[in-house]
Design a protein around this ligand. Structure first.
Ligand SMILES: C[S@@+](CC[C@H](N)C(=O)[O-])C[C@H]1O[C@@H](n2cnc3c(N)ncnc32)[C@H](O)[C@@H]1O
Length: 224
């Protein structure tokens, strides 16, 4: 099964086109912020999320729930193709329904290989893949440059170093990120080294706290 999540008007034949709004006539009406998603474990070979993730999960717990569901429904090595606006492009800033920044690097936090490396080297990055029990590998990343940066780069009037410098200094240099991540199942499969004690200790204390935050809240009592 292949899912085009948050399809809007951009539908693909032979894909299951999914949206929260029936108005755009999706194949399936699903609110991706409600859990569980209506697909079984390991059922999905490919996902497209084009200009969708930045609209989801204003609350961090909801966003992390989306990441966990995405992982659950995908089979091993499923390709997830994501396009999101660059957070320092006006396209991102001008839409009030954009509720969060999503970058390829944010998916780096969901790689258990990265998480193990950081824990063993004492780096402060959140080992989110280990906490959420998910594992994603970033496969490709490309950047769509805004005019005139694209032309200047094509005409070789800018080097890659110039461009990297410009991205740090200015808004509206990169229009959008376009990247592919793959699911690794079971989580941690690609990590060859045995789990060091430090990782176990860190996880025991902090993943329990995170799990507690991810639990759905109790329904309000009638007397409330
Ligand atoms: C900017 S549009 C992108 C549409 C299409 N993917 C494209 O690239 O043209 C974002 C889409 O995400 C959908 N969406 C937003 N929140 C959603 C949710 N919670 N569940 C499912 N779809 C959602 C919107 O209805 C809208 O169609």
């Amino acid at each position: 099964m292949r899912l085009n999540l948050g399809c809007g008007g951009r539908k693909f034949p032979d894909w299951t086109n999914v949206d929260k709004f029936a108005t755009c006539s999706p194949d399936q009406v699903v609110d991706l912020e409600q859990f569980p998603w209506p697909w079984p474990d390991d059922a999905v070979s490919e996902v497209r999320m084009y200009h969708v993730l930045e609209h989801l999960g204003a609350q961090t717990e909801i966003y992390l729930g989306i990441i966990k569901e995405l992982y659950r429904v995908c089979r091993d090595n499923a390709a997830i193709h994501i396009i999101v606006p660059h957070p320092r492009h006006d396209d991102f800033l001008n839409d009030p329904t954009h509720v969060r920044v999503v970058t390829p690097a944010s998916f780096g936090l969901l790689s258990q290989a990265n998480n193990h490396k950081w824990l063993t080297t004492g780096m402060a990055n959140t080992p989110l893949g280990l906490y959420l029990k998910v594992d994603f590998a970033l496969e490709t990343v490309s950047y769509a440059l805004e005019d005139p940066w694209d032309k200047l780069f094509e005409q070789k009037k800018l080097t890659l170093a110039d461009l990297q410098h410009a991205v740090r200094l200015y808004n509206n240099v990169i229009k959008q990120f376009d990247f592919v991540v793959r699911t690794i199942k079971p989580a941690g499969r690609t990590i060859a080294a045995a789990t060091p004690q430090i990782i176990e200790a860190t996880l025991a204390s902090s993943s329990a706290a995170l799990d507690a935050r991810m639990e759905p809240s109790a329904p309000p009592s009638e007397n409330a």
